[in-house]
Design a protein around this ligand. Structure first.
Ligand code: GAR
Length: 221
């Protein structure tokens, strides 16, 4: 177990990503110390409770501005003294102050092979674009939406029978293996970010980060 392993997870919805992170915690070196949601009805809060992890919801609708909401959120996050803040389906644009405050220790998972298909509805966008592959990316968060250095990607081949729904299901399976591994590699210091370049075990990685194919996503450790 490393010392710098305290993880706070932010979410807005069902929390299947959080569940995967919690389920694999015993295999890895991170510890989820708190879960926060901007939506009081997010099912992810119940998942945290079942796992015995402290959770809190702050309803963003009750704050007059994004900046004030984020300031309050930062106060609660910082109380957990996190080493890494993990966005797991946190569907809210972050203020500049928030991103700056957690620079280098804030990551997100986005369901596309970035820099392709930023924003919402990535599955349909990939189909509409006639892409032969789709996937998911873990990246450090910067001010620009779904940008920032890519830590890891997992890719799958799109088949003629794929729909947006089947792609989502297939990508989520990959995400649930990719994200816990990425979190572990970051808190354990295997992955490092310096001057926007990601390195793994001190070797610089390319713009796609560490790339895992679908065929080895479940088995690779
Ligand atoms: C995940 O698929 C994640 O990649 C996506 O939200 C889903 C959350 O699922 N995130 C984004 O689109 C961020 N741009 P969950 O609520 O079941 O964990």
């Amino acid at each position: 177990m490393t010392d710098n392993n305290r993880v706070v997870v932010l979410l807005s919805g069902s929390g299947t990503t959080l569940q995967a992170i919690l389920d694999q915690q015993s295999q890895y070196s991170y510890e989820v110390v708190g879960v926060l949601s901007n939506r009081p009805d997010a099912f992810g809060l119940e998942r945290a409770g079942k796992a015995g992890v402290e959770s809190l919801s702050l309803d963003h609708k009750l704050y007059p501005s994004r900046e004030l909401f984020d300031l309050e959120l930062m106060k609660h996050i910082d109380a957990y003294k996190p080493d890494l803040v993990v966005l797991a389906g946190y569907m809210r644009i972050l203020s500049s102050a928030f991103v700056e405050h957690y620079q280098g220790k804030l990551i997100n998972i986005h369901p596309s092979l970035l820099p392709k298909h930023k924003g919402l509805n990535t599955y349909q966008s990939a189909l509409d674009a006639g892409d032969s592959e789709h996937g998911t990316s873990v990246h450090f968060v910067t001010e620009e939406l779904d940008s920032g250095s890519v830590v890891m990607q997992a890719a799958l081949e799109i088949t003629p029978s794929d729909t947006a729904q089947t792609l989502e299901q297939r990508v989520k399976v990959m995400e649930h293996h990719l994200y816990p591994k990425a979190i572990d590699w970051i808190v354990s210091g295997r992955i490092a970010l310096q001057d926007d370049v990601i390195s793994l075990d001190k070797k610089p990685l390319g713009p796609q980060g560490y790339r895992i194919p679908e065929t080895s996503i479940v088995t690779e450790k």
